[in-house]
Design a protein around this ligand. Structure first.
Ligand code: FAD
Length: 336
């Protein structure tokens, strides 16, 4: 399906994926409107630590172990994407700290990935999530995209229906709803998505300019020190839960006993994942619906790549080899 320039595109969801898609499509001369009921940044994208971390993800998230190459390509797109939007990228990298046994295990995993066994890698970058999201939104609006409050409920080519009963004319709907709309009524492919609740602690404290990765925890410098994050599989509530963050606190104290974690603010977000850890990007079986969901722990990392892919699909020329790996219909047999 190739859209003409000026075609009307609705984007459901103003997180990192929806906003990056809106920016990319508005710049490609589509008429873009983003709908989201939440306040800007009140989503997983706003809670995230903002790491663009192919190496750490391949090392510490088993679902991402096989995706180092595609994650590196996604990170590389950030260099230009961030520069154009004046989003500062911290590129000092990540340092691995921990017991001899754990550090040995990290060394073995680095070797298995074909990487040198060093304490610091500068392959992983970082940004501040909230300001980055705001910068993307400003740029999208400057390129002509509109942002409206609204819950997307239904779509048929030509007509988008919102929960408040409004119906508006659109040619295509891009679903970038994160943990929303997983029941499959808008796109059956979303039934494979599973939620993973994540709690992150924010506290004042210094670890230098690199992210510190220890066993079961990271300490990411920034406006606050971000200490994360829990992986609570199957949960999609946003209630802070001290029993789940106990391990995180213990691991952080193990690395930096002077941290005042009793003063930490707890923030909660819900990521969604596919069975293979890569997002669903591409046309749904539902006519006119394009998916950009399920980025697991890597929604920030993947945002420019996903935005480029969606633009390529709408321009009818998606030849990107990564598009096959993220194809929205690759789990069709397991949707039921
Ligand atoms: C604690 C934590 C730390 C993280 N750290 C990192 C990190 O360091 N690096 C990284 O790359 N990723 C990180 N992530 C993952 C990342 O946050 C997600 O992958 C990313 O935010 C997903 O972006 P999204 O746009 O798909 O979804 P979201 O940010 O969840 O946004 C979805 C939006 O859709 C809206 N919506 C839902 N339903 C509807 C509807 N029916 N109509 C209209 N709008 C709707 C919601 O209101 C929401 O605003 C982290 C996540 C958590 C929870």
């Amino acid at each position: 399906m190739k859209l003409h320039s000026g075609a009307r595109v609705a984007v459901a969801g103003a997180g990192a994926l929806g906003t990056a898609v809106a920016l990319r499509l508005a710049r490609a001369c589509f008429k873009v409107t983003v709908f989201d009921p939440a306040a800007p940044g009140d989503n997983a994208s706003g809670v995230a630590a903002g790491m663009l971390a192919p190496v750490s993800e391949a090392l510490f998230d088993p679902a991402s172990r096989g995706h180092l190459a595609i994650m590196r390509r996604a990170r590389d797109l950030w260099a230009t994407f961030a520069l154009e939007l004046n989003i500062p990228l911290a590129r000092a990298g990540v340092r691995f700290e921990g017991s001899e046994a754990w550090r040995g295990e990290v060394g073995a995993r680095l070797a298995a990935l074909g990487l040198p066994d060093t304490d610091v890698t500068t392959e992983d970058w970082r940004l501040e999530a909230q300001p980055a999201l705001a910068a993307m939104r400003v740029a999208a609006e400057a390129a002509g995209a509109r942002f409206e409050t609204g819950v997307v409920e239904a779509f048929a080519p030509g007509a988008l229906t919102l929960a408040d009963g409004r119906t508006e004319a659109f040619d295509v709907l891009v679903l970038a709803t994160g943990p929303g709309l997983r029941d499959g009524h808008l796109a059956p492919e979303t039934k494979v998505l599973a939620p993973i609740k994540g709690q992150i602690l924010r506290v004042s404290g210094e670890v230098g300019n690199v992210v510190v990765r220890g066993e079961g925890v990271y300490l990411a410098p920034g406006e606050d020190l971000a200490i994360g994050a829990t992986m609570e599989v199957g949960r999609d509530d946003l209630a802070p839960d001290a029993s789940a963050t106990r391990g995180l606190r213990a691991a952080a104290w193990g690395l930096r006993p002077d941290l005042d974690l009793d003063a930490a603010k707890v923030e909660v977000g819900v990521r969604v994942t596919t069975p293979d850890g890569l997002p669903l990007v591409g046309w749904s079986r539902t006519p006119g619906v394009m998916l950009a969901v399920g980025a697991r722990r890597n929604g920030w990392l993947f945002a420019p790549l996903v935005a480029d892919m969606v633009a390529a699909y709408l321009n009818g020329d998606n030849l990107d080899p990564d598009a096959i790996a993220m194809d929205a219909r690759r789990f069709e047999k397991s949707e039921a």
